[in-house]
Ligand binder design. Structure first.
Ligand code: CMP
Length: 394
């Protein structure tokens, strides 16, 4: 009897701990935003990072040893705050919606080894080990500055483009390496006798090849023979393509990324949702102002069964899957989901996961109530769908 009660207590505790972890994940990490608490936490962390950045300059202009106690206090406050932040991020990494198919420990390891995870760790860990490793605090403050990546959408986009275009960029890098070796090899053949000190071996010729193909041209080493000069000209022209290729890949990837991230909700987009298509244009414009865009990658879990329902979603493009346990239902352009939780004021009834890159429009619960009050016929259409869906669930 007592063992049974203990088991029940243990289960309740685990569930409580999980829902707390989920809530903290939502506040700290969820791309849907953690509301005003996230804004305050982010503002506090950014302020601390900026104080650390300012200290790099202040410390260098102040006489050595000045304000030593104050600086130590700032250092220990920084270490304590960043260590606590790291602990929380590590704990809630198990809740990640974009890799929900992995085990909690794989997700935590993923955070530890991710670029942001490593930056987060390096922002405080070396200070704790300062007795063991010698490190000038100024370098540590430079690392802390990297934490701003988390708060810069432009830098995040750049990192995402690097990752997305990694294969193409690797191809361009391979072409550059081949161009360098060919250029260094032929200039070595042409110049080795005229200038053995600069072009005596292919490796020595490599410096000249790099500055020529990269079109920097320091001029510290230049070919003297006519053939060497011809090779120099061809290498510089080759450099045009070698440099242009990765720049073009990055530029087009960046534009695509920004377009996806910043797609704005306009009337044309709203008209793509059949539920709104028959409304007059004035109403469409009003509805557009209530909707928020959200772009998610494949495998991203947008809705998790059991979570509180605070909004519903309309699919502009992409494919999604509703996980009903034994069955899976596909959703695509023009469909909507998340309405059941709002109508029934109940937790989410199923997981909804993106299958492809997906663009959604999000309607918050308060706007849903407003909208369905103004357009009762819209509410009855949504209710009909919800009723049909719940019969399919049972
Ligand atoms: P909600 O319960 O808020 O969150 C999960 C959503 O999955 C649910 O709302 C519906 O929008 C959607 N859903 C549930 N069952 C089905 C179904 N049988 N077909 C399509 N969508 C469904």
């Amino acid at each position: 009897m007592r063992a049974g009660k203990n088991a029940v207590d243990q289960t309740a505790l685990t569930t409580k701990r999980q829902s707390l972890r989920r809530e903290i994940y939502r506040i700290l990490e969820s791309p849907r935003g953690g509301g005003w608490i996230r804004r305050w936490i982010d503002a506090g962390l950014i302020l601390l990072i900026l104080i650390n950045a300012a200290l790099i300059v202040i410390e260098e202009v102040m006489p050595p040893g000045a304000y030593a106690v104050e600086l130590r206090v700032v250092e220990w406050v920084t270490v304590a705050v960043f260590a606590v932040e790291y602990g929380f991020r590590l704990w809630v990494a198990a809740e990640r919606d974009d890799r929900h198919h992995l085990s909690p420990w794989r997700l935590r390891l993923g955070y530890i080894l991710s670029p942001v995870g490593l930056i987060d760790l390096c922002a405080f860990a070396p200070s704790l080990l300062s007795g063991l490793i010698f490190l000038d605090p100024r370098y540590l403050r430079l690392v802390r500055l990297l934490k701003l990546v988390r708060y810069s959408p432009a830098l995040q986009s750049l990192a995402a483009v690097f990752y997305k275009e990694r294969r193409t960029l690797f191809g361009a890098l391979l072409i550059a390496v081949i161009a360098l070796f060919v250029s260094a090899g032929v200039v070595h053949l042409a110049e080795r006798e005229a200038q053995p000190e600069a072009f005596g071996t292919i490796t020595e010729s490599m410096w000249w090849a790099i500055v020529t193909v990269a079109r920097i041209g320091y001029g510290d080493v230049v070919p003297h023979t006519p053939l060497g000069k011809l090779i120099g000209g061809v290498s510089a022209l080759l450099g045009l393509c070698v440099v242009a290729l990765p720049s073009a890949i990055m530029a087009s990837g960046f534009i695509e990324q920004i377009r996806r991230r910043d797609f704005v909700v306009n009337s044309k987009l709203v008209l793509q949702v059949p539920l709104f298509a028959d409304l007059q244009i004035v109403h469409i414009v009003e509805i557009a102002s209530m909707l928020r865009p959200l772009a998610v990658p494949p495998l991203y879990r947008i809705v998790r069964a059991g979570d509180a329902a605070d909004c519903m979603y309309f699919v502009v493009s992409g494919e999604l899957q509703v996980d009903l346990g034994e069955r899976r239902v596909k959703l695509s352009n023009g469909d909507f989901f998340g309405e059941m939780g709002l109508l029934n004021k109940a937790p989410r009834s199923a997981d909804v996961v993106a299958v492809t890159d997906t663009q959604l429009l999000v309607l918050e619960a308060s706007d849903f109530d407003k909208l369905t009050r103004v357009y009762p016929e819209m509410r009855s259409t949504i209710e009909t769908y919800a009723a049909k869906r719940s019969t399919l669930q049972s």
